[in-house]
Design a protein around this ligand. Structure first.
Ligand code: SPV
Ligand code: MN
Length: 619
């Protein structure tokens, strides 16, 4: 097949040939020639191939074994601890446009630059060739992905996070309908990517391929995660289904024999995984979902992944009991960028005291250490994470692998907002719900490089991944609901309201909000109509807090949380008007939702003459 047999052994050649796919062969050949690895190994997803990668990651120093069997630690470089938005660029042909917030680059110039940087980038290293399936195997939802990388950590992560796809590639029957990803960590120093200034993540939408080099942090390096998300968003929006930055879970109201499926979009580090893992419920996925209508008019959804790459900070027995148990028991698990002492992992907020020294993401760490700016060096990075399989969790939903997906009855949009929205509300209708999702605002977090705590609009928590114009994306959402006979109810949550610098809610309170939403879908709770949507009644929440936590939820708490902050909300409407007017092709229905909400808020302000209106005043 024209690939030099000196770098590809017989077993690897056989595995390639068995696919009967000239597109796969020509891609592998092309990047062998360009990246010039010393050796190439083709992996077919067998147990033996999984073991090969686990061992390789340890052998080449990308991972180290920890005390508990199956647990390893991987470190990314100090400057490679989050997604690099600045250097993640969508290569566009002349005349194409995207949302204002997306960094783009001329396609031809971009390809020239990246191919220049990739020339010989794998010298002396081993290229791994791997096949995956995004979504359940044998499903109409799923997409296939070919991964080439010189990082065993990347393949090891993908083996935990994604379904194997070698057999699915065989069924492609020679077709070119798959994504491909070429990654190189580049030059390594102390096992971390050294050429950070040459870090590039270039997305070539035209060829459904991504090149990502000189990085290791999974959000940059793991093709199947946020790189495939970006490619799939373009595909979905051209084909009229939804590809969303959403968890997928089943809600189980106590004492009732039913399950109600929800998807939820939250910006990174805003409580998404912990919502998908609320005790007593079942999880399907925590990050990315594909949604399509079925013949009966249900919104069906699948989890694109089979694992969790979750934030570890504050995972402790009280706030995240299920994850804490998973992280402290025997299983295959990769920790990244936490603190290690005597081969034992530690992280911030784990509910026990940390050692005074150890190895962290900056190297050797000691309590009291300061950085150049005189600030304390943290023992673990705020975006430190763990990688585990969902299938091993005790709360896995029985339909997690169903190729038909599950019927979604509720969408939840969450932001990080300290002073504007209420903890939970239901939209007035589908289009109003799309408007609520599109106008999510969130304070930036450590999941992406850059300043944290800056308030930004983040439509459907997808702003960083939008590979179609914002107008096209919103139009597609509006149209999706119209196609459905059983359109999901749309809710908005905010776990981060503060008063005098302190959070108004406990982290675990989200269970009550979820059960209220679940009950609303089944017509079990009445609600109060306000200018921004339907909010819960005090008695219902009081009953739920009592039932779930045996806690007395007071009228004062309720009023502090659920009063409608009219002035702040009106300011938000102005901010939204300004950002959305800058974008091209935003559907007029979006602006009519905005104007109607603003009118309702103004009317309330005129009627009650105060900045913040208590729920009972709307009753
Ligand atoms: C996120 O930041 O939204 C994540 C982790 O899920 S990653 O995108 O991989 O950085
Ligand atoms: Mn995510």
């Amino acid at each position: 097949m024209g690939i030099s047999e000196s770098i590809l052994d017989e077993a690897s050649l056989e595995k390639l040939e068995a696919l009967n796919n000239e597109h796969v062969v020509s891609i592998v050949k092309k990047y062998i020639e360009l990246c010039k690895p010393a050796k190439v190994t083709v992996l077919d997803g067998s147990d033996e191939s999984l073991q090969y990668v686990r061992s390789l990651a340890k052998k080449n120093g990308e991972e180290k074994a920890l005390k508990t069997n199956g647990h390893t630690i991987h470190f990314d470089g100090p400057q490679d601890q989050g997604r690099d938005l600045e250097n993640t660029r969508i290569l566009l042909s002349p005349g194409q446009k995207l949302a204002k917030s997306i960094v783009t680059q001329d396609r031809e110039a971009g390809l020239k630059e990246i191919f220049g940087l990739m020339d010989g980038i794998m010298s002396g290293k081993e290229m791994l060739v791997k096949f995956y399936c995004l979504g359940p195997n044998n499903s109409r939802f799923s997409l296939l992905a070919l991964q080439l990388t010189d990082s065993a950590y990347v393949v090891h992560s993908e083996d935990i996070l994604y379904r194997q796809g070698y057999e699915d590639f065989k069924r492609l029957d020679g077709s070119s309908s798959f994504f491909h990803f070429v990654h190189s960590a580049g030059r390594l120093e102390n096992n971390v990517a050294a050429d950070v200034s040459k870090r590039r993540v270039f997305m070539d939408m035209k060829e459904n391929r991504v090149f990502t080099i000189n990085n290791q942090y999974a959000g940059n390096s793991v093709g199947l995660k946020k790189l495939a998300l970006r490619l799939a968003i373009a595909k979905a929006n051209h084909e009229d289904w939804l590809c969303e930055h959403m968890f997928l879970m089943g809600a189980h109201p106590p004492g009732k024999d039913r399950v109600t499926y929800f998807t939820g979009a939250f910006p990174s580090a805003c409580g998404k995984t912990s919502t998908a893992m609320i005790p007593g419920q079942t999880i399907i996925g925590d990050d990315i979902a594909y949604l399509r209508p079925d013949k009966e008019g249900n919104a069906m959804a699948v989890n694109v992944e089979q694992g969790i790459f979750g934030i570890i900070e504050d995972v402790n027995p009280k706030d995240d009991a299920l994850i804490y148990r998973a992280l402290t028991t025997l299983r295959e698990l990769i920790f990244s960028n936490i603190l290690v002492k005597d081969s034992v992992p530690y992280w911030m907020g784990m509910g026990k005291e940390l050692p005074k020294e150890g190895i962290g993401f900056m190297g050797s760490w000691k309590a009291g250490m300061k950085d150049k700016a005189g600030k304390d060096v943290l023992p673990a990075h705020k975006n430190a994470r763990y990688t585990i399989r969902i299938g091993e969790l005790e709360n896995i939903d029985p339909k997690a692998e169903d190729p038909n997906g599950v019927p979604v009855r509720g969408f939840i949009y969450g932001g990080r907002d300290s002073d504007t929205s209420v903890p939970v509300l239901q939209s007035l209708a589908w289009a109003h719900g799309v408007f609520l999702g599109a106008t999510i605002e969130s304070e930036t977090t450590a999941a992406a490089l850059g300043q944290v705590g800056v308030r930004k609009h983040n439509p459907m928590s997808n702003i960083e991944f939008l590979t179609v114009p914002l107008g096209v994306y919103i139009k597609n959402h509006l149209a999706f609901g119209k196609k459905l006979k059983h359109a999901p109810r749309i809710f908005a949550t905010n776990y981060f309201l503060k008063k005098d610098g302190r959070f108004l809610n406990e982290k675990v309170d989200k269970k009550v909000w979820l059960l209220w939403m679940e009950g609303r879908i089944h017509g079990e709770y009445d609600a109060i109509e306000t200018p921004i949507g339907f909010i819960p009644k005090y008695d219902d929440l009081q009953g739920l807090f009592q039932k779930v936590f045996s806690r007395n939820y007071t009228q004062e708490e309720y009023e502090a949380e659920f009063s409608i902050r009219v002035v702040q909300l009106l300011e938000k409407m102005d901010r939204m008007e300004a950002v959305f007017r800058q974008e091209e092709g935003i559907p007029s229905q979006f602006f009519s939702e905005l104007n109607s909400q603003r009118d309702r808020l103004k009317e309330a302000l005129g009627k009650f003459q105060k900045d913040s209106i208590t729920p009972s005043e709307f009753e």
